[in-house]
Design a protein around this ligand. Structure first.
Ligand SMILES: Cc1ncc(COP(=O)(O)O)c(C=O)c1O
Length: 405
């Protein structure tokens, strides 16, 4: 071995000490290894079959035969890798087809794919804004948007700001104070992932329109989930096609592999294609993933009953929890958080549930506010009533053991 010995390497010493601290604080994450496809029931290494209640596989498409076959055909048609950055030699026809499908789904003129929604979010404001502009973000937006704001400030030198969660009077005041800014961009999650709550899109759009601001919605937990046909938050409110810019992921309801996209005007997508650093300096989405994601969108378009099933399953599970005596956060999305208070309580509950064959993750501070640790259940259209009943029985046993119900 060469290099600075670990004992005198300050970085190594620091991170080892921090890892020890994570373990002492009970916040060290252990990983559970799966030996089968992501599905309502999976085979977990060392445990056998468990029911998953914490995946973003909202429509049950991760192991759908049609979606998987499309991925396999993708490798036959386009090979294993893109082998370069897209503008140099990595664009395949499947990318173009996927992007047309994304735009069609969310109701914009165009879309551009990225290797993740994280990348899409980071690309957007840093590429299109300038020092004459401002971007304002909801306080509870996803971490990728928080980092996107930091990048925009550093790279585009635009003004950035945060408005109180869902408080559009606060946003109104901040936009009024920014009237001299040439471009005013407002960003919000469509569905807030830790609460499972839906943005008040009509009110948000009103404030944006009043100030001539553009609205950017991150619909990662809403695409495939909200609206009659799973077209997202805008469809849910009857506002499909009225949001200026939508970013979303291919890594949740749409097959769950990876990838994300920016959807908006043709000029916006063209400009990002020309100038966004996460387009210009990194390989394109693998063709296999583009192919399976495209198939997932087509399944969603032809089988909207999956969205209905997701809604019915969520209602069934939520009612089941309520009748057991739990108090899940109210809401209309398949994210059903059960608040437990301290982080250790949430971790303990998720450990006991796993012993009962139900995999659901506990979240504590700093992911959620202090004292609001929770287990966050996520329901899938793929869950059967038997899966949900078995999960509810486990909640009942663990809840009684922990004296929660
Ligand atoms: C609101 C939101 N935006 C972006 C992302 C990132 O998506 P991806 O996994 O495609 O990077 C997530 C994933 O958790 C998310 O919840």
């Amino acid at each position: 071995m060469s290099g600075v010995p670990a004992s005198s390497n300050a970085l190594e010493q620091r991170i080892v000490a921090q890892l020890d601290q994570f373990r002492r604080d009970g916040v060290y994450k252990s990983f559970n290894y799966l030996e089968s496809p992501q599905a309502p029931r999976v085979r977990m290494e060392g445990r056998g079959q468990v029911i998953i209640l914490s995946s973003n596989n909202y429509l049950g498409l991760s192991d759908d035969p049609v979606v998987m076959a499309a991925g396999k055909a993708g490798i036959d048609d386009f090979g294993a890798g893109t082998a370069s950055v897209r503008f140099i030699c990595g664009t395949f026809t499947i990318h173009r087809d996927l992007e047309a499908a994304c735009a069609r789904l969310v109701g914009t003129a165009a879309a551009l794919s990225f290797v993740s929604c994280w990348n899409a979010n980071e690309a957007l404001p840093a590429t299109v804004l300038t020092d004459r502009d401002i971007v304002l973000s909801d306080q509870l937006n996803h971490a990728s948007i928080i980092d996107a704001m930091r990048l925009a400030k550093a790279i585009a030198k635009c003004e950035t700001g945060v408005f109180k969660h869902g408080d559009y009077a606060d946003l109104d005041a901040k936009l009024a104070a920014a009237s001299d800014r040439q471009v005013k961009l407002v960003v919000s999650d469509g569905v807030f992932s830790m609460e499972g709550s839906i943005v008040n899109l009509p009110a948000l759009l009103d404030v944006c329109r009043k100030h001539g601001a553009l609205l950017w919605l991150d619909d990662s937990h809403a695409t495939g989930v909200l609206g009659q046909r799973g077209r997202g938050t805008a469809e849910h409110f009857g506002l499909h096609g009225q949001v200026d810019i939508i970013t979303s992921t291919l890594g949740k309801a749409l097959g769950g592999a990876a990838g994300g996209f920016v959807a908006g005007s043709s000029a916006l997508c063209d400009y990002l294609m020309q100038r966004a650093r996460p387009q210009l300096f990194t390989n394109a989405l693998p063709a296999t993933v583009a192919a399976s994601a495209l198939a997932a969108i087509e399944v969603l378009e032809t089988e909207p009953e999956r969205v209905t099933m997701l809604r019915e399953n969520t209602h069934y599970f939520r009612q089941g929890l309520l009748s057991l005596g739990f108090r899940p956060l109210p809401g209309d999305t398949p994210i059903v958080p059960v608040i437990l208070g301290e982080t250790a309580a949430a971790i303990r509950m998720s450990e006991l549930l796993l012993e009962e064959g139900v995999f659901v993750t506990g979240f504590g501070f700093p992911v959620v506010p202090q004292g609001q640790a929770r287990v966050r259940c996520q329901i899938s259209a793929g869950h059967t009533r038997e899966d949900l009943d078995q999960a509810l029985a486990a909640f009942s046993r663990v809840g009684r053991r922990l004296e929660l119900i």
